[in-house]
Structure formats: structure tokens, C-alpha cells
Design a protein around this ligand. Structure first.
Ligand code: SER
Length: 321
């Protein structure tokens, strides 16, 4: 029987992926963990433990005592937060991954999932349809750690046979958790402002196109990758992954028909520099080829669904308080 541990489960990806994992493996088989004890309330449907991924011994104890067979290691400091505390972000993002790669080896885990990011690319990488193997010279603290992490994943696979699998996520957009320090998180925050009848101040320029993905596609990709037979996984660093690309202005224009009074202003800040170093679109040929990846959502369908579901989610959260 599989026993699945999710770190950083209360983050944007974890909130939705953990629920989906309980549907695949059963509620008994999934343990959600997060550094924030209050996150327990997010997981009424499965076990929850407080876990700091920097604490290798606690992680080790949890994996050993719970007979964990798979880990989804989602705890991370995202790009914008990382620029504020680069050395701390390096330690959190790298040390925790190395802890888990070591523990995967020690306990012979069946599988380890670790998200990488489009942030591995840098200003000199091709911007359009960036290929898997394009030059990577990231200039952000977050990107440097993700690129190093990818190399460690490939290393642990090659040297020790650790079955670690990874995706280079584009900006992920979900409505079931609040933004968490990412550069692409403006595309989550904008929906909250529109619904609240407030105007939105974008910290990116209006024409800043970035690769993005709606959360259900991110969940689908994660599970497809993790469930693919070993011999279909040809990339052990991290797979390019794509769904859609848009700019703040394009997203705003997509929301406008639903809220004709909605207003946006543009005040680019330090996050503009982060975004300027990233690709505008991604070529995910290898994911399509190796494990039949294809996304379900384009921008209009995502906007429609979020605007339909987010008010219910907000109402639900209020009634929980
Ligand atoms: N969406 C992430 C961020 O903006 C990139 O991986 O930090």
C-alpha cells in the first residue's frame, strides 16, 4: 500500500493536489504536512502533521514511523519572496530537497515529486517556445536554486536510482488558496480584487507575457507524471510543461466582460525584473511525447470557471471562521 506525504501542503499547489491524492490513494494513505499549525483546518479529510522541511530528523522520523512510500515535496520559498531573502531561500529550497533526496535513498522510497519552474531559464534563454534543453543562466535566487535542484534530482537518479520526478511549472493559478509570494501570483490576486469590486494594481507591466497554467491542469500533469511507468520517463532533471501564456492586460481584458467597471493600474516593481528574465512561452514536446501530456484549459475557460467558483470558495471560508 502506498503512503503519501505532502510537504508544504497548505500552499497553492498543495491545497488542491493533496485533496486529489486522497481521491487516488484513499484518505488513510495521505499525510498533509506544513510548517504552519493553523493549516490543519485546511485538511479535515486526511491526517495532518506540523513539519518543518529544514528539520531533517523530524522528516526522517515521519517517513520512518509512518512507513511513507512517496513524497510530494512542495514546501518552498517562491520567486518574489526569495529575492527579499536570497540566502534563506537558497537554504530552504536546496537543503530541504537534499534532505528528501537522501531520505528517498535511505528508505528506498517508491517515488519523490519535486516541482521545478520556468525560473530555471534566464534572460539569455530563448523567450518564445523555450525548448527543454535551452541555455539556462537564471539570475534570480529562486531560479538558481531550482536549476541546482534539477541537477541534484538527475544526480540522485543516476547515482542511486532514486525515482524522483519533476515538472518545470509555469505560473499556477488556483482559487482555493491565497497567493504565496510568487511573481505570477498577480494572476491569482486579480480575481479577488475584481470580485471585491476593487481596482487592481499590477506589479508587472501590461505587456508582460508569461507562461501560465490553471490548477486542474497542474494537478493532472503531476499525477500523470507520477503514474507514468518508469521507462516512459526520459527526463530526470525536470520536464518543460505548458498550457497558456498571457499578460496582465490580456487577463484584465478577459475579466472585463464579467465586471465592466473593473479597473487596472500598472505600477511595475522589483518583480518586473524577475518576470523579464523568464520565457514567454514554453515548448513541452517531451512531456507530450513521454507521458501524453496535453492541457485542458485555455484562458477564457479558466476565467469563466474561476469567476464562477471563487465566490463560493470565499463564502465557504467565511462560514468556516
Ligand atoms: N510561479 C512561481 C513564482 O512566480 C514560479 O515558479 O514564483
Amino acid at each position: 500500500m502506498e503512503k503519501v506525504l505532502v510537504t508544504g501542503a497548505a500552499g497553492q499547489l498543495g491545497t488542491e493536489l493533496t485533496q486529489q491524492l486522497t481521491e487516488v490513494y484513499g484518505t488513510e494513505a495521505v499525510i498533509a504536512s506544513d510548517i504552519n499549525p493553523k493549516a490543519k483546518a485546511t485538511f479535515p479529510y486526511c491526517r495532518f502533521v506540523v513539519l518543518d522541511v529544514m528539520d531533517r530528523e523530524r522528516l526522517r522520523k515521519c517517513i520512518k514511523e509512518e512507513n511513507v512510500t512517496q513524497v510530494y515535496h512542495l514546501a518552498a520559498v517562491l520567486s518574489a519572496s526569495a529575492e527579499k531573502k536570497p540566502l534563506l531561500s537558497w537554504r530552504v529550497n536546496m537543503d530541504s530537497l537534499l534532505h528528501l533526496l537522501e531520505l528517498a535513498r535511505e528508505f528506498n522510497l517508491n517515488k519523490l515529486f519535486w516541482p521545478s519552474s520556468i525560473a530555471v531559464f534566464g534572460p539569455d534563454s530563448p523567450k518564445i517556445q523555450t525548448p527543454q534543453q535551452a541555455a539556462k543562466e537564471p539570475v534570480t535566487a529562486y531560479g538558481i536554486a531550482k536549476l541546482a535542484g534539477e541537477r541534484w534530482c538527475a544526480y540522485y537518479h543516476q547515482q542511486y536510482g532514486v525515482d524522483v520526478r519533476s515538472l518545470r511549472f509555469p505560473g499556477l493559478i488556483g482559487y482555493k488558496a491565497l497567493p504565496g509570494g510568487g511573481t505570477t501570483d498577480y494572476a491569482v490576486a486579480i480575481f479577488h480584487q475584481a470580485l471585491a469590486g476593487k481596482s487592481f494594481r499590477s506589479f508587472l507591466r501590461k505587456d508582460t507575457r508569461l507562461p501560465m497554467m490553471y490548477m486542474p491542469d497542474a494537478i493532472k500533469a503531476s499525477l500523470a507524471l507520477m503514474q507514468a511507468p518508469k521507462d516512459r520517463i526520459s527526463i530526470r532533471s525536470s520536464y518543460n510543461l505548458a498550457a497558456m501564456s498571457f499578460s496582465p492586460e490580456e487577463l484584465y481584458q478577459g475579466i472585463l466582460p464579467y465586471f465592466p467597471e473593473f479597473n487596472i493600474t500598472y505600477e511595475p516593481d522589483y518583480r518586473q525584473t524577475i518576470a523579464d528574465g523568464w520565457p514567454q512561452s514554453i515548448d513541452d514536446l517531451e512531456a507530450r511525447r513521454d507521458w501524453d501530456w496535453s492541457p485542458d484549459y485555455e484562458l477564457p475557460a479558466m476565467i469563466q470557471e474561476i469567476l464562477q467558483e471563487l465566490p463560493k470558495w470565499i463564502q465557504h471560508k467565511k462560514s468556516d471562521l
